[in-house]
Design a protein around this ligand. Structure first.
Ligand code: MG
Length: 322
């Protein structure tokens, strides 16, 4: 017997006629026809089997669907997803483009850039979650490809999470206030961080989130217009943070074009399904953060050589790298 159920998504209700013999993947196709949300982007919240999200191969009859039941969905149409992933004012910039490691970029129009930064300091509102802690250093983290593989598909956000993320943030939090700064939209950052269990984690606290609206575009002779994350925005808003106590991780060097010495280019975390079992970048970097945290001045460091630094310090301490 066919069942009449409703799908609730984005404030609207959709009627669906389903057959108990259908698989979850068939249902997702049906939902795609109705809503335009691709199956891999659909999160059917109350479609569960023994408390866990129902797998695509499960049959609806295993899931205790009832007549007139309302299935709740979270999900985004592909075209809308692009809207939130690509900041609206930087349409001409290719997302993954980066500048060469060895090229020293000379920025022209310095005063113009400083004026843009000053405007962000005045007008941009960070999304504050927790108070800064006086005396702590500052760690600024990118999201996509740094903490999360945003291009692979998965049923659950955790499958795309970089290994050791929570351990890394727990260790970092001891000595650093933590800021998440992504070139996407605030809504997207909030959804992702919530899904990953970062926002309300019992073992660490995030100071604040920043999104694409805090970034500025700069002109470079070699690369044209480049969108970048100037730490001056944070330093201008909070005078106890500076180049001396700040470090920023990003998989794109261009994001720290305005403050190259403060940036550490992390290896990108891509193809999560292949590398989830071997990637230990965050684990190793947590050791680096701990080792440098006792320094008074980070401007003496060369983050490019962070691995060598870790090896040497641990050797001096008679410890093995783990
Ligand atoms: Mg990134």
């Amino acid at each position: 017997m066919a069942l009449s159920v409703k799908l609730k998504w984005s404030g609207s209700l959709y009627d669906l006629e389903v057959d108990p013999g259908m698989k979850v993947s068939d249902l997702k196709e049906m939902v795609k026809e109705k809503t335009g949300v691709l199956p891999q982007r659909q999160k059917l919240l109350n479609l569960k089997h023994k408390g866990k999200p129902a797998g695509d191969e499960m049959k609806l009859e295993e899931l205790k669907l009832k007549q007139k039941m309302t299935i709740m969905m979270m999900g985004t149409r592909e075209e809308n997803l692009e809207d939130v992933l690509v900041p609206p004012d930087v349409g001409e910039i290719i997302d993954d483009f980066d500048i060469d490691d060895e090229v020293e970029i000379k920025l022209h129009n310095r005063s113009e850039h400083l004026a843009k930064i000053e405007r962000r300091v005045r007008e941009y509102e960070v999304k504050k979650l927790n108070d800064p802690r006086p005396g702590k250093k500052l760690l600024v983290l990118d999201v996509d490809y740094t903490l999360f593989d945003h291009r692979s598909n998965a049923e659950r956000a955790e499958e795309l999470m970089r290994p050791y993320l929570h351990e890394f943030l727990s260790v970092a939090y001891v000595n650093y206030d933590i800021v998440i700064w992504s070139a996407t939209s605030m809504k997207w950052i909030e959804v992702k961080m919530q899904e990953l269990g970062v926002t309300n984690n019992p073992n660490y606290k995030i100071a604040f989130f920043m999104d694409h609206a805090a970034m500025i575009t700069v002109h470079t002779p070699e690369y044209g217009v480049v969108n970048t994350k100037p730490l001056g925005v944070i330093w201008g808003k909070y005078d106890f943070y500076s180049a001396k106590n700040t470090i920023m991780f990003d998989d794109l060097r261009r994001n720290f074009l305005m403050n190259p010495q403060t940036g550490l280019k992390i290896r990108p975390f891509k193809l999560a399904h292949l590398y989830r079992s071997t990637d230990d970048e965050l684990k190793k970097l947590s050791t680096y953060l701990t080792l440098i945290s006792s320094l008074d001045d980070f401007t003496t460091l060369e983050h490019r050589k962070w691995e060598r630094y870790v090896r040497k310090r641990l050797e001096e301490q008679g410890k093995e790298e783990t």
